[in-house]
Design a protein around this ligand. Sequence first.
Ligand SMILES: [Zn+2]
Length: 407
Amino acid sequence: MAVNEGRLWQSLMDMAQIGATEKGGVCRLALTDLDREGRDLFAKWCKEAGCTISVDKMGNIFARRPGKNNDLPPVMTGSHLDSQPTGGKFDGVYGVLAGLEVVRTLNDFGIETEAPVEVAVWTNEEGSRFAPAMVASGVFAGVFDLDYGLSRADLDGKTMGEELQRIGYAGDLPVGGRPVGAYFEAHIEQGPILEAETKTIGVVTHAQGQRWYEVTLTGQEAHAGPTPMEIRHDALVGAAKMVVEVNRIGLSHKPFGRATVGLLNVTPNSRNTIPGKVFFTIDFRNPNEEALTAMDAEMRASVAKIAAEHGLTVDLVQIWHSPVVTFHDKCVGAVRNATQRLGFSSMEIVSGAGHDACYINRVAPTGMIFIPCEDGISHNEVENATASDCAAGCNVLLHAMVEAASA
Ligand SMILES: [Zn+2]
């Protein structure tokens, strides 16, 4: 039993017409008219494949193919249809349409699974129009409450609740509490590892934990000419040393540590005044929670030492901690088994990005399947994947879901 590669590819290309950009990418921001068009097309295809459609209050869509025993919790797959402003044709969409292709293939082969099969579309995964990312799968998993989710607003002040009403996807199902027997998400890797290792399938075991910080250093503004070097409290010199330390900490936690200062504001930012204040951010990631904690401790010690050397006061706040995600043994095993049975080259891999699956893992056994993307590039209009890799990942998804839905 195998999926239809040409049909999957055609569906991906048809969906990519909705919000198509001149450079071959896609702009389909969450809860815009284009998002509605994409959702409508998905729902139409699912109905044609014999599924029933339901929508919850966050606009999450569930397309259900009945099983022999409809009292069993469904085996679910899915991802997202929204994109970045200069996004590609595969991020998210691939996981949704791979789910649809699984349903179509089960129909082709006349397979009746024991448990029902569902394909989910999670609202606003990207977090581009409405922050934060993965907000609707987060509400589903109890990470955020419903009011918080619906009140997220875009830059024009329009809320998710209002926009769901406007596009007709404010459903009536409660968000979450829906039993899920197992959840699988297929996704492009969005990184360079599978391509570099020439592997077709990434069996995703973990997703990186993250800690985000905001740091404000306060020294003393003074004239750049008359103030001797020895008595300065230069906040930017302190910050510069800290940036180097953050980078050193990332490098010292090989191979998975990631450490980034991506934003830095200098006050007063004037060429002949010693900087009195600097604000900057730190983004730490690691798939090992202990190592992430160690990075935190090393950074705090370094920041304190550098601040003391330069007579700076420090305000250091951790604004976010997303713990390491360990996907479920049963689901990772089902992906591994399917990959081996089908004879695809594969490797175990850690997700560097967040996905809806990371939240769903909190409420249901979850696993992920990665396929390579060209040059590891994603969140970009040139994002690309091959039809044969898309089909390979979809075949693994099919067999993993059938195994989970008959158990
Ligand atoms: Zn995605």
